[in-house]
Design a protein around this ligand. Structure first.
Ligand code: GDD
Ligand code: MN
Length: 358
């Protein structure tokens, strides 16, 4: 049986000094596996393209030069369009992504995965000698993506720039990354059926300097928002808030009815009204907000119980913040309540999204 052809897409900007060793290492890592390398260069002034062309005598490599510098992610998207292989890999040019990992990625794909991520965050992987600050930022970015983009939850390193996929994962899909986290786009829009992670250690840059700056952090937040819109996660939050609004009306209405007409003590009426509104919210969220997210092992009573526990937690958070901000920080109680409601809602959404409906 012939092995499926592999195309390695490498975005590059000012990486001339890295190309000879990079291509040599790729070649010796892959042995006789059928592959080609596609360098997408943004008209680097250091002669990256010329260097690659001169190496084309030795290795199966070609270079596409784009005249207007459009950035890392769009280079990868262009590379996807040009890639001829049934399997496509993406890696950096600066040898921070060790080519020795390529065979393990290939094996994962051969074993049935349609996406294989070279991962810094599974056992055996690491970020190397990053500063504490960069570690924290990177971890925070992953947590944020897990919270806001549920389809990334199965992947410990959704920000990796080193991965391999079957071409059909991305065929027919419109990728338009805002920042440079192209893998996020692939996971959220490509919907891979079987994604696996292969550990690797993020090496030091071989030569040249990083092109990414602080701008990439705000780019990342914009990218998250844009993906939330495109995957419907944003609409989910709007639905959740709308349901919460109707639940509040049910809560207040029932409180009045139970107290005024049924003559219950207002605290008893309040507790009953609260619980009824929780069930009300649950049923609407189960039917509308999270319809597509029923865990296979879940049952309606099980979800209701989780929703109840979460809501109670949200209520306690609300009361705690109301008391804290008013008593300790001297805020006007309505302001404290508004902040408490906001945080309580955030808690409810996150926990229910990650636990109740997962
Ligand atoms: N074509 C093109 N255009 N390539 C670019 C551009 C650009 O504007 N900017 C950077 N590149 C290329 C670089 O030449 C390199 O091959 C690769 O993209 C990564 O750029 P670096 O500047 O080395 O990025 P990094 O090391 O800070 O970030 C890497 O690690 C991150 C994980 O922390 C990248 O792999 C990121 O994708 C990854 O998220
Ligand atoms: Mn790098």
């Amino acid at each position: 049986m012939t092995k499926p052809h592999l195309t390695i897409v490498i975005p590059s900007y000012k990486e001339a000094a890295n190309m000879p060793l990079l291509l040599e290492q790729i070649h010796s890592a892959l042995g006789d596996y059928p592959y080609d390398v596609l360098v997408i260069d943004d008209n680097s002034p250091d002669g990256t393209a010329e260097t690659v062309r001169s190496l084309a005598e030795k290795y199966p490599v070609s270079v596409t030069v784009r005249k207007d510098k459009r950035g890392l992610a769009s280079a990868v998207v262009d590379g996807f369009k040009l890639a001829g292989g049934d399997i496509v890999a993406v890696m950096d040019a600066d040898l921070q992504h060790p080519p020795a990992v390529l065979p393990r990625l290939v094996r994962a794909i051969e074993a049935g995965a349609d996406l294989a991520v070279a991962s810094r965050y599974v056992p055996g992987g690491s970020v190397g000698n990053w500063s504490a600050t960069r570690r924290v930022i990177s971890r925070g970015a992953v947590i944020l993506s897990h919270l806001l983009l549920p389809s990334t939850r199965g992947i410990k390193d959704p920000m990796s720039g080193y991965f391999m996929l079957r071409k059909d994962v991305i065929s027919g899909i419109e990728l338009s990354p805002v920042g440079y986290k192209i893998l996020l786009e692939v996971i959220c829009l490509g919907c891979p059926h079987q994604a696996v992670e292969v550990p690797f250690i993020f090496e030091n840059r071989r030569a040249g300097v990083t092109k990414l700056s602080m701008v990439t952090q705000t780019d990342y937040l914009r990218h998250l928002l844009s993906l939330m819109r495109r995957t419907g996660e944003f609409r989910r939050i709007v639905k959740f808030v709308t349901v919460g609004g109707t639940g509040t009306l049910v809560n207040l209405g029932l409180l009045a009815v139970l107290k005024e007409w049924a003559g219950l003590h207002y605290l008893v009426a309040g507790a009953v009204a609260f619980e009824v509104s929780v069930v009300w919210n649950f049923l609407l969220n189960d039917r509308f907000t999270f319809r597509d997210r029923k865990r296979p092992d879940g049952t309606l009573p099980g979800r209701l119980l989780r929703f109840n526990v979460t809501s109670l937690g949200g209520f306690i958070i609300y009361i705690a913040i109301l008391a804290l901000l008013t008593q300790v920080f001297g805020l006007y109680y309505i302001v404290s309540a508004a902040i408490g409601i906001l945080i309580g809602f955030g808690w409810n959404f996150m926990v229910n999204s990650a636990w109740t409906w997962r």
